[in-house]
Design a protein around this ligand. Structure first.
Ligand code: NAD
Length: 487
C-alpha cells in the first residue's frame, strides 16, 4: 500500500496508525531540520500526546534551509506528511505511522520567515546538527567571523542561515506585537539552548545591538537532552518496511526502541504537556546532557574509528569484537565517567551498561560509517570537553588521547588492511592531509586550530597524543587498544 491518508484504513492490522483526528490538529511547533532523528523522537512523543486526546493545537510544521530538505519535503508531501517509524527491538520489530506533522513550509528563507510570523507558532525546534551553531573552538563563544554570519549580518532582511531567519522572524513578531516563540534545540551539543541563544543574539548584535539585547531578554532557549539512536534510511530500510509491513513509504525511519528526553521547563509561550508521555522536566539539564554526550556520543566516537580501521561494518560488530568492546568499557570507566558530577537518582554504571546493550543491538544496523561522520564538528562536542576537564582535574588522559589519535589515524585515509577510507566529513580536504602528515609529525594534526583550540598547546595532551598515534602506526590498532586495556 502506498502511504497517504486514504491508505491508513487499509494498512495491515499490526501497523499502529494515528488514533486521533489529524484534520482537527492545528500548528504550534515549527521544526527546522526534518531529518531522521526528529521524526523518530520529538514527532513520536507528540503523537503519543495527541493519542491521549490532549494538546491538538501543538502539531508540527516541518521546515528546512538546505537543498536536501526540499527532497524530504517532496517525499512527505506525496504522503500527506505521514511516514512510518519502525522500532528495532531485538524481541521483534514494530511499526507505527506517525501523523503529528501536518504541513511542511516551502524550503525558501523568506517563506520560512513568513510562517514564523504566525502567532500560532509558539515553539521553534531545531535539529540542524552539531556543526550548525557557529561555535568558535578557541573561545566557545559565537563565531562572528564565519562567512555565513558575516553574510547574514550584511543583509539581515535577506537571511540564509537558520539564525538569520530566526532573527528576522523575531523582529517581525516584535514589530507586530506578537510574543516571541521559544527556541528549543534538540541537537547534541553541550548547552544546546545556550548555543542557540548565543548564535541568535550574536548574529543580531553584528547589525543591531538594541535588537540583540531584546532577543537576549525576551526569548527563551531551553536546554534539552535528547536520545534515540536513529540510523540513516537506505534502500535496505525502505525494502524492509515494504516487505515486513506492506507499506510503500518513500521516507520511513528506523530507530531503537529506547527514547529519552530531558528538558528545562522554560517555555513562556506555553508548551505541550510532554510530561504526560515520558519527557522529564528538570531545573538544570546540563548534567544530563554531559552524561549523554560524554558516555554515549563519546562512546560512539570511541568505537567508530578503530572499527573503521579494522574493517568492521556495524556498531554491533564493534561490540562483538572483544578488543573494541573492552576498549570502550575501560575508557568509559577510567576516564569518561570520573569527569561527571553525580546526578541524584542517576546511576552511571547502569547507564553505561544500557548503552553497551543498545550499541550491541543487531537489529539497529547502525553503520560504522555513520558513526565516523563529521568528526570535525563532533570531536569538539563529544570528546574534547571531557579531555579538558580531565586535564584540569589532573586525572588520567591516555585513553582520551588515544580516542583522538584513532580519529587522526582514520583521517590518514587508509584502513589497516590497506583499503582506502573515504573520510565522510565536510572538511575532509583539510583532515586528510593533516592525518597523513601526522604520521611523522603528530603536532600537524593538533594544529587544526578550529578543532583543538588551546588544547594544542597543552603538553600533557600533546605528548600523550603523539605517543598513542605513534603506537597506532607502529603496533596497529588491536595491539594499541590491548595495551591501553592492560595498562
Ligand atoms: P539527518 O542527516 O537525517 O538530518 C539532518 C538535518 O539537519 C537535515 O534536515 C539537514 O538539512 C539539516 N542540517 C544539516 N546541517 C545544517 C545546517 N548547517 N543548517 C541548517 N540545517 C542543517 O540527521 P539526523 O539523524 O536527523 O540527526 C540530526 C541531528 O539530530 C544530529 O546532528 C544530532 O545533533 C541530533 N541527534 C541525532 C541522533 C541520531 O541518532 N540520529 C540522536 C540524538 C540527536
Amino acid at each position: 500500500t502506498k502511504l497517504d491518508t486514504s491508505a491508513l484504513a487499509d494498512l495491515p492490522s499490526d501497523v499502529t496508525r494515528p488514533g486521533y483526528d489529524r484534520a482537527a490538529l492545528t500548528p504550534g511547533i515549527l521544526h527546522i531540520g526534518i531529518g531522521n532523528f526528529h521524526r523518530a523522537h520529538q514527532a513520536v512523543y507528540l503523537q503519543r500526546l495527541f493519542e491521549t486526546g490532549r494538546d491538538h493545537d501543538w502539531a508540527l510544521v516541518g521546515a528546512g534551509v538546505r537543498p536536501g530538505d526540499t527532497a524530504m519535503r517532496d517525499r512527505l508531501a506525496a504522503q500527506d506528511w505521514l511516514y512510518t517509524v519502525v522500532e528495532l527491538d531485538p524481541e521483534g520489530l514494530s511499526a507505527q505511522v506517525v501523523g503529528s506533522m501536518i504541513d511542511f513550509c516551502e524550503v525558501a528563507p523568506l517563506k520560512l520567515v513568513d510562517r514564523l510570523s504566525d502567532p500560532a507558532i509558539r515553539i521553534v525546534s531545531l535539529t540542524i546538527t552539531e556543526g550548525g551553531y557557529f561555535v568558535d573552538a578557541d573561545t566557545g563563544g559565537f563565531d562572528a567571523k564565519h562567512p555565513d554570519m558575516q553574510a547574514d549580518a550584511a543583509t539581515p532582511d535577506d537571511p540564509k542561515s537558520v539564525f538569520g531567519i530566526l532573527g528576522l522572524a523575531l523582529r517581525r513578531r516584535f514589530e507586530a506585537g506578537t510574543p516571541p516563540f521559544t527556541v528549543m534545540s534538540c541537537d547534541n551539543l553541550p548547552g544546546n539552548g545556550h548555543a542557540a541563544q548565543q548564535a541568535t543574539v550574536g548574529l543580531a548584535r553584528l547589525h543591531d545591538g538594541a535588537f540583540a539585547d531584546r532577543i537576549g531578554t525576551q526569548v527563551a532557549f531551553p536546554n534539552g537532552m535528547v536520545d534515540c539512536i536513529t540510523p540513516a534510511t537506505s534502500d535496505r530500510e525502505r525494502a524492509m518496511v515494504a516487505d515486513k509491513f506492506g507499506i510503500t513509504d518513500a521516507a520511513p525511519v528506523v530507530c531503537e526502541p529506547f527514547r529519552q528526553w530531558v528538558l528545562e521547563d522554560n517555555f513562556p509561550q506555553g508548551r505541550p504537556a510532554l510530561e504526560e508521555v515520558g519527557v522529564e522536566f528538570v531545573a538544570d539539564v546540563v548534567p544530563y546532557e554531559l552524561m549523554k554526550l560524554r558516555i554515549l556520543n563519546g562512546g560512539h566516537a570511541a568505537i567508530a574509528y578503530p572499527s573503521a580501521l579494522l574493517g568492521l561494518t556495524y556498531a554491533h560488530d564493534a561490540m562483538a569484537d572483544p578488543d573494541v568492546a573492552a576498549w570502550l568499557d575501560a575508557l568509559e570507566r577510567r576516564e569518561i565517567m570520573p569527569t561527571l558530577a553525580p546526578i541524584p537518582g542517576v546511576d552511571y554504571e547502569a547507564y553505561l551498561a544500557k548503552i553497551q546493550e543498545r550499541f550491541g543491538n543487531p537489529e539497529v544496523g547502525d553503520t560504522i560509517t555513520r558513526l565516523c561522520l563529521d568528526g570535525w564538528n563532533r570531536q569538539p562536542k563529544f570528546v574534547l570537553p571531557t579531555l579538558e576537564d580531565a586535564l584540569k582535574a589532573d586525572r588520567p588522559i591516555q585513553g582520551l588521547a588515544l580516542e583522538v589519535a584513532l580519529w587522526a589515524r582514520y583521517c590518514a585515509g587508509e584502513d589497516e588492511a590497506g583499503n582506502p577510507i573515504e573520510i565522510a566529513d565536510d572538511r575532509a580536504e583539510v583532515l586528510h592531509p593533516a592525518g597523513q602528515k601526522a604520521r611523522s609529525d603528530p603536532q600537524a594534526f593538533l594544529a587544526l586550530g578550529e578543532v583543538f583550540g588551546p588544547l594544542a598547546r597543552n603538553s600533557r595532551f600533546t605528548e600523550a597524543f603523539a605517543m598513542q598515534l605513534g603506537r597506532l602506526w607502529s603496533d596497529g590498532v588491536r595491539a594499541t587498544l590491548q595495551a591501553y586495556c592492560k595498562g
